[in-house]
Design a protein around this ligand. Structure first.
Ligand code: APR
Length: 249
C-alpha cells in the first residue's frame, strides 16, 4: 500500500512519464499472463505459435491460435489499472507515453491515445505478400483476402514474434531518453528489448518504479518497487502523481 507521504516530495519534478505495461496489467481483466502455472504458453512451447518458423511450418495452426485469442480479447474489459492510465493521460497529455507489450487493446479501449503497441495488436492483420497492415476483428481463414493486394491465403497475425523487431523502437527510445519518470507495470522482465527499458531510462536520469505482484528478474534495477495488484496500486499512484503535479504547478 502506498501513502501520500511515501510519494509526496519525490514526484515534484516529474514532467515526462513513460509507462511500460505487460501482461500483468490485464490479468485483473481476465486475460492470462504468459508465464507461470496458468500462463498462456502453459502446455505449449512458445515456438509452436509465436515464431516466424511456426508461421512457415503451420500458418493455419498459428492463425487459428490467434483467431481464438482475437475472439477472446473482444470479451474482456479494461480494469481500474487501465482506467488509471487514461486518467493520467488526461492530466499529462503529450507528456505521458504508454508503451505496451500487450496485444489485447485494453489500453485503447480505456481511451489512451499516446500509446505504442510494441508487440503488435490482435485486432490488426499483416499481409505476408504486400506488407499491408489493417484493422481486423474476424477470424483469418485460407479464403480471407488481403484488403490491399487482394490475394487469398497471405495474411498472418500482426503480432511481433520472437526474433522479430518490435514496432516503434525509435520513438520508444527517444521517449525513454527524455522522460524523468519510468514505471513498469506487470511485466516479468524476461523479454528484451522491453526488459532493458529501465536501464535506458535510468541512465538518462529518470526515477524508476516497478509495480508488480512479485519480485522480477529486473527488480534490483528499479529505484522503487511497489508490490501488489496493478488494479489497486495504479489508481493510488496516479492520484498521487496528479495531486503533486497540481500542487507544484
Ligand atoms: N498486477 C501486477 N502484476 C501482475 C499481476 C497483477 N494483477 N498479475 C501478474 N502480474 C505480473 C507477474 O508477477 C509477472 O511478473 O505480471 C508479470 C507477467 O509476466 P509475463 O507473463 O512474462 O508477461 P510479460 O512480461 O508481459 O511478457 C513479455 O513475452 O511472451 C512474450 O510477447 C509476449 O509481450 C509478451 C512478452
Amino acid at each position: 500500500m502506498i501513502s501520500h507521504s511515501d510519494i509526496n516530495g519525490r514526484v515534484a519534478s516529474f514532467n515526462k512519464i513513460v509507462v511500460l505495461t505487460g501482461a500483468g496489467i490485464s490479468a485483473e481483466s481476465g486475460v492470462p499472463v504468459f508465464r507461470g502455472p496458468d500462463g498462456l504458453w502453459n502446455g505449449r512451447r512458445v515456438e509452436e505459435v509465436a515464431t516466424h518458423e511456426a508461421v512457415c511450418r503451420d500458418p493455419w495452426g498459428v492463425n487459428n491460435f490467434f483467431n481464438e485469442m482475437r475472439r477472446f480479447a473482444q470479451t474482456v474489459k479494461p480494469n481500474p489499472a487501465h482506467i488509471a492510465l487514461e486518467k493520467l493521460e488526461k492530466h499529462y497529455q503529450n507528456d505521458l507515453l504508454v508503451v505496451t507489450q500487450n496485444i489485447d487493446h485494453l489500453h485503447k479501449h480505456a481511451g489512451n491515445q499516446n500509446l505504442l503497441a510494441m508487440h503488435g495488436e490482435l485486432q490488426s492483420i499483416l499481409c505476408n505478400h504486400c506488407g499491408g497492415r489493417f484493422p481486423f476483428f474476424e477470424d483469418v481463414t485460407k479464403e480471407t483476402l488481403c484488403l490491399s493486394c487482394q490475394k487469398p491465403g497471405v495474411l498472418r497475425p500482426d503480432i511481433v514474434f520472437f526474433n522479430e523487431m518490435p514496432y516503434h523502437m525509435d520513438e520508444i527510445y527517444a521517449a525513454l531518453m527524455s522522460c524523468d519518470l519510468f514505471i513498469a507495470v506487470g511485466t516479468s522482465g524476461f523479454v528484451y528489448p522491453a526488459a532493458g527499458f529501465v536501464d535506458i531510462a535510468s541512465r538518462a536520469g529518470a526515477y524508476t518504479i516497478e509495480v508488480n505482484l512479485a519480485e522480477t528478474e529486473r527488480s534490483p534495477i528499479f529505484q522503487e518497487k511497489i508490490t501488489g495488484p496493478a488494479g489497486k496500486i495504479l489508481p493510488l499512484l496516479v492520484n498521487e502523481l496528479i495531486e503533486t503535479r497540481a500542487t507544484v504547478a
